[in-house]
Design a protein around this ligand. Sequence first.
Ligand code: ADP
Ligand code: MG
Length: 474
Amino acid sequence: MAAPWRDVVRDAAAVRDAAAVAVDAALLAGVLMRTGEQPLSSDVVNYAPFTLLPSAVPRALFEQAYAVQQDFNLLVDAISQNKEFLEQTLASTIKVDDFTARLFRIYMQVLEEGLAQTVFLGINRSDYMFDCGLDGTAALKQIEINTIAASFGGLTSRTADVHGLVLKVLGKTKEASRLLPNNPSKGLALGIAKAWELYGSQSAVVMFLVEEIQRNIFDQRCVENELWNRSIRVIRRRFRDVFEKGSLDGSRRLYIDGQEVAVVYYREGYVPQTYDQQNWEARLLLERSRAVKCPDIATQLAGTKKVQQELSRPGTLEKLLPGRPEAVARVRATFAGLYSLDEGEEGDRIAATAIADPERFVLKPQREGGGNNLYGEELRQVLEKIKDSPERTSYILMDKIKPQPALNYLLRAHSPLQVSECISELGIFGVYVRQGQEMVLNEAAGHLLRTKAIQHADGGVAAGVAVLDTPYLV
Ligand code: ADP
Ligand code: MG
């Protein structure tokens, strides 16, 4: 891949000056996070980590990622409505994975009662890396699709200006003018606003379901403020608040502190640690309600790694997107090799292959949030241990994607300025709203580029590994 900043990246004095400008520009632009020490107060904040330089992204792959996003929106929505598919696909997983099993139980429970919800809002982010083939050409390969709490749509809308300024400081004015504007938070807010409107109660609020630890609050505020600007009221509550003060009326309208809730936007709820018995009860209450959940529990299940793996089986996409061969082809073109570890011959064979050649694969459990996957020697050891036990079915195997590294500087508060070999992950935000059976909105809402040093196999921005970036199309 092209290295557009080759001339400046090793110029220590220029880099030092540009980094100082960059940090202040990030603070001015609001690329902010609360600190680890004071995650519940905005008295002390810092800049969210970001790259000094925008990273090169092949234009064709960038456009390909945008072009397939509406297809992914349709696909996720179709899966969320397909009980048979979810049941079959997750059958082996829920026998061994307690978290997925509990989500699934709530899913079945709300289906049995009958859904009160009639408006559906999906906000997802499909993540990709650029796999470098033996001949040096790069291909767009999906890492995963996040169907719950996909973050950084807010902060990332502010990084392009920062990178533009840095390029100007480095004497690259022409290149600065080529950076694309990007504002996912506007698109996400548009989807939330549409769902709120279709819910049809002027006095109802949008509830952001947030974590106990709220370091990334500024990212969420970007979306919140867009809603306030449309005169839609926003409240922030935790699962604990819902347990203590949430209730349903006779037609399963959701109330909290006397306010009717039209939309529940989850920025929480995707890791097992969130849930004690009370929080599971709160989740059930929300799912049973008429409020628009973003996502509903079926859509959360549609985002599991196990579902991702099943989608890559021949014939599956055709069944889920009938009559849409072009969409199927666009989606399939982004798939890397994915393999089931279900009990049986197919699973035995791929487990043996991965044990023999672990560098080829990534071993993934049904978890979100970064830092859960296994690579290399660790992958080999774990697989060796569980290869003959049902436990292996809680994982999937995936081909490891190998992007071409590029040099950059990762700017982090309290960290030394040093050059790193880096790889990037591109995310495209998707938003859709469905009312009954009618899709009323289906869009790509913007992008996110995250970059990390190559010595880290895993992990996102929140996990402290990747940093925010801006694509520079080449
Ligand atoms: P999570 O739900 O924890 O975000 P991901 O599937 O996105 O799980 O994996 C976390 C990180 O691990 C990714 O951001 C990426 O850096 C790395 N990763 C995941 N899958 C692959 C893969 N197939 N090849 C190379 N790196 C991968
Ligand atoms: Mg991820």
